[in-house]
Design a protein around this ligand. Structure first.
Ligand code: GDP
Ligand code: MG
Length: 754
């Protein structure tokens, strides 16, 4: 027969921590040893036997009964287990503590109706008549409690001749079971799981039919129940509130070995899942069971992967003589397991998410934020997978705990994804803004190259739409359905705002470019027209004595009026061009006002520089000389004079010289003829626009009388020649005029001499 378990296995789990091998579990596993220590390897055993993965698809059976009544023998025959049995010639207790083994019977080929349920775990509980343990009833109570807290079916093994012996030892055991049951469910009135008491009557001779044995037993059980002193609140409870009953007989194993085997075989077919056919009043017995004996309502609803932890905690409470509170026990188990499962699924989540987080962190560190490819689908995928994996394992546990832990898990995941997505959008934001301004700039450049007029506003609008679309696509790809934080509207708005700021800046640059172009135009225009006005000075009667001017010679007196008019009308034209263009790219009125203000100031500067150039020593001296010569050497009709000695050379010289000399004070100051004062430059330039940016003023040259804080008056601004320069000019001019006079004089005498 089967060998008893070796001492190593029967010992005190000396090898705690060493993972046991499958071979060590030939005889099942000793869940609780005779020292009441719970074996830490139960879960390993469940893993090795593949029960741990079964969810709820497993069943737990315990066997009870007096010592040496063939319990282990029965289990070994029924389930192919190898629990230790007593050898025939040695009456000694063999099963110590509580052993457990998975059903080893291979009935895969049997018809469905005879095939046993999946994953049956059988617990062989130490003989309970206390022979070897003296009068110590403690272990009996404790193991009964443990079995009841875990098992769906309790097999009660009993000799036929014990039936009806109400005072028998076996009945004492049942009394314990009932008492313990009442204690157990004191705290658990709502769930109140039922158990099946399955009486297997051994050595059935056959004289007494099973029906009679059943009736006798039921009567005894009812008696025992009513004799129990019940705890408060449960005084009225009935045995059938907690138990169903099933009965079976087996022939004598030694006397009728073949019949015994055949009957055991038949008995085995009852260990299938079944359902209650009808509810009757009175005790519920196997008459009502259809199919097998495993009803769903017997199941303790402990997921297989949490069974060892649950069993250990239950046993811990029992040993510590604490009240067993199964609902609390189940909640604690749920918390423990849900936390474990959370850790497991987060590990898998890490494998997918950590590399992405690292890549992103590196981009941030190096100052080049990376837009990670496919982040949305990767993140969503990892989230769904992780939550699903959690759900699969954890949803079998206490509903409330599961729901709470699921929310916790989701928020753990979301904290990570949120950070990752925020980084992603920051990167997308930066990249988008850079590419937007780059695209606008190169489109502008391309437009300038073609020389054609490009529409800045159109370019900005087009590039902004592209940039927004890109960002939106990224943000949408990150959105998770039903997750409010994954709506990135505010980030999108922020992005759009920055694009607008950037386009504002770009428009400003464009305005600058426009301003530069317009200024250049003003400069070239003024260069010509102002030059022309000064050239007219050269001729006292029109440039080179041209007849058209001769008719109505320009009076030098209105030189500045003409300059001012040319200047203001040129600038007016430039302003019109500027406004037209600026409007085409959506510049604001403020921006336009600033641009115009700048344009006027700069134009004034251009004019001022041009005038300075014209009155530069050499230039102005030349002009004065020309002016003088025109008056001196030409007659009223514009005909060159041939000097004769009789001519009043001196008188003509003095007249012409004095006339030209009047130009010097005229040239010295920018004065309008009408008012005999400077033009109202401050009014013409206008007040500083309110919205002007200090930066806009940086490159502006101060203007006297306009920028008062500069300490330069308008009078000074309008001073073209300083007093010293003027005097110097007078002296130089006189010398030049004198030279011309001397020459004239000489030619007159010379003419006579010839
Ligand atoms: P346990 O202590 O209840 O587990 O009993 P065991 O299975 O170890 O068996 C105790 C003794 O009873 C052994 O010597 C078995 O050979 C014997 N035995 C086993 N089955 C039967 C049976 O059906 N009838 C009788 N009379 N003896 C049996
Ligand atoms: Mg035994």
């Amino acid at each position: 027969h089967t060998a008893p378990p070796t001492m190593a296995m029967n010992g005190h789990f000396a090898s705690v921590g060493d993972a046991p091998t499958k071979e060590q579990y030939e005889h099942g596993i000793q869940v609780i040893d005779e020292e009441k220590v719970f074996n830490p390897h139960v879960n390993t055993y469940l893993q090795l036997t593949k029960v741990a993965q079964a969810g709820f698809d497993y069943h737990l059976i315990s066997v009870f009964g007096s010592q040496s009544t063939g319990k282990s023998t029965l289990l070994n025959h029924l389930f192919g287990t190898q629990f230790g049995v007593m050898s025939e010639n040695e009456r000694r207790q063999t099963t110590k503590g509580i052993w457990m083994s998975r059903n080893k019977r291979d009935d895969g080929k049997a018809p469905d109706a005879e095939r046993m349920a999946n994953n049956i775990l059988v617990m062989d509980v130490e003989g309970t008549d206390g022979r070897e343990r003296g009068e110590d009833q403690d272990f009996e109570r404790k193991s009964a409690l443990f079995a009841l807290a875990t098992s769906e079916v309790l097999i009660v093994n009993i000799w036929e001749h014990q039936v009806g012996l109400y005072q028998g030892a076996n009945m004492g055991l049942l009394k314990t079971v009932f008492e313990v049951n009442l204690q157990l469910f004191l705290k658990d009135k709502q769930s109140n799981p039922r158990s099946l008491l399955f009486f297997v009557i051994r050595d059935h001779i056959g004289n007494t039919p099973l029906v009679n044995l059943r009736n006798t037993l039921l009567a005894d059980l009812t008696n025992i129940w009513s004799s129990l002193s019940k705890p408060k609140g449960l005084e009225k409870s009935k045995i059938e509130d907690y138990f169903d009953f099933a009965f079976s007989t087996l022939p004598h194993k030694i006397l009728q070995p073949e019949k015994f085997v055949a009957e055991v075989e038949k008995l085995g077919t009852r260990f299938r899942r079944g359902q209650r056919a009808a509810r009757q009043h009175g005790l519920h017995t196997d008459h009502e069971l259809e199919g097998g004996i495993f009803l769903d309502e017997y199941h303790r609803r402990i997921p297989a992967d949490g069974f060892s932890k649950y069993a250990e905690d239950v046993w811990g409470s029992i040993v510590a003589n604490k009240d067993l509170d199964l609902p609390t026990q189940q909640e604690l188990l749920a918390q423990f397991r849900c936390d474990e499962i959370t850790r497991e699924v987060l590990e898998a989540f890490d494998v997918e998410i950590l590399p992405l987080e690292e890549k992103q962190a590196e981009g941030t560190r190096s100052g080049k934020p990376t837009v990670l490819a496919n982040l949305g689908s990767l993140g969503k995928g990892a989230r769904v997978k992780t939550v699903k994996a959690f759900e699969t394992e954890a949803s079998r546990y206490h509903k409330g705990v599961y729901v709470r832990k699921r929310v916790e898990l989701e928020s753990k995941i979301d904290v990570r994804l949120k950070a990752l997505y925020a980084g992603q959008l920051t990167a997308a934001h930066k990249a988008g803004v850079a590419s937007f301004s780059g695209s606008v700039a190169s489109a502008v450049k391309a437009g300038q190259k073609k020389g054609a007029s490009y529409e800045f506003a159109d370019i900005v609008e087009r590039e902004k739409a592209i940039a927004l679309k890109q960002f939106e696509t990224e943000a949408k790809s990150l959105a998770i359905e039903g997750v409010p934080w994954s709506n990135f509207k505010s980030q999108y708005n922020l992005y759009e705002k920055e694009l607008d700021e950037v386009s504002g800046r770009l428009r400003k640059e464009e305005m600058r470019r426009l301003a530069t172009r317009v200024e250049r135009w003003v400069r070239s225009r003024l260069g010509e027209s102002i030059g022309l006005e000064f050239n007219k000075l050269g001729s006292g009667r029109g440039a080179g004595g041209v007849p058209e001017d001769a008719v109505k010679p320009p009076t030098e007196k209105d030189l500045w009026d003409r300059i001012w008019n040319v200047f203001t009308s040129t600038v007016k034209e430039a302003e019109t061009r500027f406004v037209e263009r600026a409007k085409s790219f959506d510049a604001s009125q403020d921006e336009i006002d600033i641009g115009l203000w700048r344009l006027r100031r700069k134009s004034w500067g251009v004019l001022r520089a041009k005038v300075d150039e014209e009155v530069m020593e050499g230039n102005i001296l030349l002009k004065l000389r020309e002016n003088f010569e025109d008056k001196f050497r030409y007659d009223e009709a514009g005909v060159p004079r041939i000097w004769r000695p009789t001519d009043d050379i001196e008188g003509l010289y003095t007249k012409a010289k004095d006339s030209t000399l009047t130009l010097i004070p005229l040239l010295s100051r920018f004065r309008l003829a009408e008012t005999y004062g400077p033009p109202d430059l401050p009014d013409w330039i206008g007040v500083v626009p309110a919205s002007v940016d200090p930066k806009d003023e940086e490159d502006l040259t101060p203007i006297g009388g306009v920028d008062e804080e500069e300490g330069k008056s308008l009078e000074e601004e309008m001073t073209i020649l300083s007093e010293a320069k003027r005097q110097d000019l007078v002296v130089r001019f006189k010398k030049t005029a004198d030279g011309v006079y001397v020459e004239a004089k000489r030619s007159a005498i010379g003419g006579v001499a010839q």
